[in-house]
Design a binder for this molecule. Sequence first.
Ligand SMILES: NC(=O)c1ccc[n+]([C@@H]2O[C@H](COP(=O)([O-])OP(=O)(O)OC[C@H]3O[C@@H](n4cnc5c(N)ncnc54)[C@H](OP(=O)(O)O)[C@@H]3O)[C@@H](O)[C@H]2O)c1
Length: 271
Amino acid sequence: MVDINVNGKVALITGGSRGIGYYIAESFVLNGASTIIITSRKQDACDKAKAELDKLSKENGKKVTIISLACNIADDKAFEKFYQEVSTKIDKLDILISNAGAAYGETLLKHPIGAVRKVLDLNVTAVFQSVQLFHPLLVNAGTKEDPARIIITSSVAASIATDFGGTYGYLASKAAVSHLGKNLATQLGPQNINVNIIAPGIFPTKMSKYLVEEKTDTLINDNPKRRYGRKEDIQNAVLWLCSQQSNYINGISLPIDGGLYLVGTSKLSKF
Ligand SMILES: NC(=O)c1ccc[n+]([C@@H]2O[C@H](COP(=O)([O-])OP(=O)(O)OC[C@H]3O[C@@H](n4cnc5c(N)ncnc54)[C@H](OP(=O)(O)O)[C@@H]3O)[C@@H](O)[C@H]2O)c1
């Protein structure tokens, strides 16, 4: 039997308070992590997620410390302060899940420039800064046999060129971080830090609420597996990417989308 786990590992999950980041936190709780730091803009949302994760841990006889610390990571000064505070609590970081993201959809001619900028600040610049800030702690954690891991949450939107609901900044941001991740994989690989990218399809979360409400039939019928993503789809893939067993996997972009990236979507825009 192969035991895929993150035993004893310290993980930081941006956007860990809900959705895909929270799914990953659950999986780490159940599979051996020693410490998980979750962050999002709202302290009460982080605290609520911590309470749920503590409960899950207790119910399953696990021993894990959950640290809940809010930060608007799109604000580079605030992110730096966050790093200073986190680095007083941990001396190594085995896993960085750079996952927080936002989307905005509007027709081409009405699309506010400010919205594009805002999306890029969070989805690209903050991903870059997360790697820059936490690099020393990742170096402290990585070994040849079990490197530290950076997982960047990109999207199927990075690779399909069909309409994605007027999310111009979003699709550009996701293509950007996918490429950034591959570049970082080549630079950080020799330092015992593996960098991989996940590219989810449609998972029903707060972010995808509009699309799911408006376009369910299209989204399901377009998908070769005829369903949305489930939390286990994310959990199993990310757990493996962060386990010792995947130590030679570096620089991949893993679609978690039932094959949607191969076929694209029908027109999603309501405009
Ligand atoms: N759901 C999908 O179908 C799908 C598909 C492909 C890729 N993705 C990607 O998956 C990632 C997670 O998305 P999700 O679907 O789980 O969305 P979600 O439910 O909206 O979660 C987004 C998370 O990011 C946090 N966040 C937003 N702005 C932030 C900021 N400025 N600073 C810190 N944290 C911030 C949110 O908390 P606060 O609001 O409290 O800050 C929340 O924890 C994103 O990168 C998204 O692009 C999602």
